[in-house]
Design a protein. Sequence first.
Length: 453
Amino acid sequence: MIFSNLFSEDNKSYYKRLFSLAIPIIFQETLNSMINIVDVFMVGSLGLHAVTAVGLANLVFFLFIIIVFGVNSGSAIYFGQFWGKKDVPNIHKTMGLAFLSGSVLAVIVVFAVGFFAPQIMAFYSNGDQEVIRLGVIYLHAILPVYPLMIFIALLNAALRSIGMTKVPLATTLVGLTFNILFNAIFIFGLGLGVAGSAYATVLARLIEFSMQLFIIKKMNIPILAPIKNYFAFDRSFIKSFYVLIIPVVLNEFFWALGTMLYSVMYKTTGTEGQGAQQIAATMQNIFIVMGMAVGSSCAIMISNALGAGEIDKAVKYSRQSIVTAVGVSLVMSVVLFLVSPFIIGFYNVPESVKNTAFEICIVVSLGLALKTINFTTIIGVLRSGGDTKFCLLIDGLTVWFVGLPCLFICSYWLQLPIQFLVAVTYSEEIVKFYFCLKRTYSNCWAKSLVKDM
């Protein structure tokens, strides 16, 4: 029944616009994930310890980028609704506040990583001193990427919200190309090992940011303005902004922290188990971003409709979004299952690690539909209407009171192997699926936030 109207005449314009937005986002986010995968893959030639060290060290970047995503995801609600209202000056003010918020975060993370890298790696690893040593080297070398990502992520969020999804795709492609080139030079040509991988990422991101500015200026995209325009907000605007985004940032922070604790609990499976999970995780990210792209595209369309006061259209889009998420996730699951053995085969790790990584990929392929639908309802639908407090509540409760307790029991008490531990984490998605779907169909989220601004 859910697919009965999928290709009806009435829905053609929706799907045409959705995929015109989603396809560039899919490619852009896939390329974004490929930057991390290239790092892990090329470092993979250095052996299991290097792969594990870089994978675990990147969990810090994961937490950072998730919180940055929270700031920009909250800001994108305003970006999208202001764009639907054709209110460009308030888009600039939102960008200014998002930049200030992200900058504070970058300073905190750079300080923490700069002074406490050994403690961070000891926390994540199972005590393997070589993994800790290599992880510290990588963490120190990658430090400059954090402030760069504040600019890159903010510009990408603003561009997407106004429908310019092809620009982030182009700049990310440039970044990936240079990342591969610099990895080859620094890791293999100069023999810099894991530090070379970090240097390559920093330089590639710097070039990506430069390309963003060049294209935006060249195309006269309206998100660029005199600096004073970004900081022309008053106290009322600041209050409205933070009332909206603080639940989003807390949502992303507690969800990401919980997800990172999943990785800490995985250390009961040893270096081989952690290494297999890191290999599978890099592959998983390629496919998850496709679902994220659908959710992000739905968010653009729904927030634009809400900003324009078209509530009925936004509700209709929400229903179509769920149907699309189901279809896309099923395709992704099949493709991940089919391609994972070939990609895993390229890693220079023991055969037992490869087999375990493939078994984890099977688990992931079975759980992709839940993740995709949940992402679409939370990011694509509920947040678009400003229902951020519910999203904070449901994400926080399911991770901390469902996923983590189940995983703790299975890892520390039952000592289950890594494949089963990864499967246990999907318990949170099952609970989340029920409540998010129920909330979406209630329509209580469908509100214009910028009507009187």
